[in-house]
Ligand binder design. Sequence first.
Ligand SMILES: [Zn+2]
Length: 534
Amino acid sequence: MLQRNGSGAGRGFDLLVVNATMYTADPRFAVRREMAISGGRIAALGDAGELSGNASAARVVDAGGAFLYPGFMDPHCHFLNYGYMLQRACLFGCASWAEAVERLRAFGAANPGGSWILGRGWDQNLWPERAFPTRELLDAAFPDRPVLVTRIDGHAAIANAKALELAGIGPATRVEGGECLKACGRLTGVLVDNALDLARAAIPPIDGETKRRALLLAQRDCFAVGLTSVSDAGTELADLAAIESAQASGELKMRVYAMLRPSPENVERHISKGPRCGERLTLRSIKMFADGALGSRGSLLLEPYEDDPGNRGLQLESDAQIDAACALAKRHGYQMNVHCIGDAAVRLVLDLYERHLEPGNDRRWRIEHAQIVDPADLPRFKALGVIPSVQTSHATSDMGWARERLGPRIARAYIYRELLEQQGWLPNGSDFPIEGINPILGFYAAVARKDREGRPAGGFQMGSALTREQALRAMTIWAARANFEEESRGSLEPGKLADFVILDRDLMTAPEAELCDSRVLATYSGGELVHGGL
Ligand SMILES: [Zn+2]
């Protein structure tokens, strides 16, 4: 069946893509073979020979039987932070704290001078002792140069003595919603949640050129894995200025849905002016944090941690702060996006949302992560029209240690199918750089619920797995819907932006163990080739 946009009928197209299996992700999940593009938008879709036999095009791309999908969307990631990370020390995958310090030593030698050494990615759950590091090795390696390196989840960091000194952090320092860990009365250097802000405040501001480079490096890597739209989960005013200037110059083609922090300057300059929805940049969301992360025991739980009796985690922003942001969002037509990992955080934010949301509303206020949900709260997502914005990779990244933190409550964690069934859809993102940037990893985690080595053999809590069709929709059309962007993107339909990706593999039928080996052959944004090529 030929589907054609009115404006494209009867004339030549800019681009015709033929000989592909095209998963449109439209309401019927139709599969097409040919697609025509004009003016950066999809003009028509058809079966084999239907377009190529009847129309002319300035350019024809023969996909050689490959597999084509709507441009992938990441509805929750940290685009700019990822770009910074590429310019800093990388501690991902370190098998011990000693190895992390060795990597920092090498980074310091390659980047001499007295400036701060920043880095990210250590994870004590990968180390034999599974305990937080302490700063002795760091102090010995860097007696005079400040070092601050964040844990993989961004919710904890370790600072050396020099960094603690510059940040004014001492054994008596107290922080609301955060902790400066101590052993025998002495600071270990580990800072959790809001305590990180003290150390960050001491770091000189990031200059415009570093921001610009971060955006372009992040864009390069996103296009390489088929991502054409990203939602940046926590954008400050200076970040937004950098995004706008790189988009205006034409260097940044990535479509960005910026979730704004409700800082006074963001409220004054943007939020109070109402939503701004463009093809490249959308501002209509406020990002807040109810709690921290499970790995650093910062997620807020209804009952204490199984491995830390007496500790229920941390509340990062107060009820009053979140409530005020809800009122602000409602007044100006913005969406709320609140980070909630623990079941107590989910409940407290649902309670706050309930004060503001009218029955049958379509405000699409979101709970980011919704990682642990008490059964009593599950139906409230549907009742209030709240969107659970999940990251399926967290299940398979955490499954090795989450039970230690949660005990039997693990059964109510990572319940993606159950959350999906509330309203029949949900968006799935990666939260990169906390997880890998490649959306196929999230697809695989959603359907297989195994690690990259295929463990556990039967999958982790498989009752909560998604089907392949659901997993594809969650990273395309449902991700668009979570941003109110379903009219312009997220599926291959006439009139939508011509954002698409061509893979060497059929995500609907490829053997599970091969999904993560999928290669991106080409990525197009607005009909323009931005990565690879056929
Ligand atoms: Zn995040």
